[in-house]
Design a protein around this ligand. Structure first.
Ligand SMILES: [Cu+2]
Length: 124
């Protein structure tokens, strides 16, 4: 019983301290729930030995898009040439690009067809 009161007082003190700091958020522990980035579309690039599933991918410009790489066979990665954007293996990343035409190439030395693994990304 005694312990419960102490706990309650501590909680009350903590709540007071927090609200005194100017925080207008009365719920606790939800400030980190925004870690999942928001995006409006998802584009999946499927890689196999030794090609990508499409010759061209299109994205909307200046819009966060979730880019996902799926390896159907072999181990491949992608690099958007000229941008600091890479994915290796089965991964996703939310990206935003200005309008333009980009080249995507495999960035993992995946074997004899590696140099052929190039595709186009059109952002408009
Ligand atoms: Cu490769």
């Amino acid at each position: 019983m005694q312990r419960k009161i102490v706990y309650f007082l501590a909680l009350a003190a903590l709540t007071l301290a927090l609200s005194a700091c100017g925080g207008n958020d009365t719920k606790s522990g939800n400030s980190s729930s925004a870690s999942e980035e928001s995006y409006s579309e998802e584009v999946v690039i499927k890689a196999s030995n030794w090609e990508f599933d499409q010759q061209e991918y299109t994205l909307p410009k200046d819009t966060p898009v979730k880019l996902t790489l799926e390896n159907l066979s072999g181990a491949h990665g992608i690099e958007i040439v000229g941008q600091d954007i890479t994915l290796r293996g089965n991964k996703s990343k939310v990206i935003t690009l200005p309008a333009g035409t980009y080249e995507i190439k495999c960035n993992i030395m995946c074997g004899q067809g590696h140099a052929k693994m190039i595709t186009k990304l059109v952002v408009s």
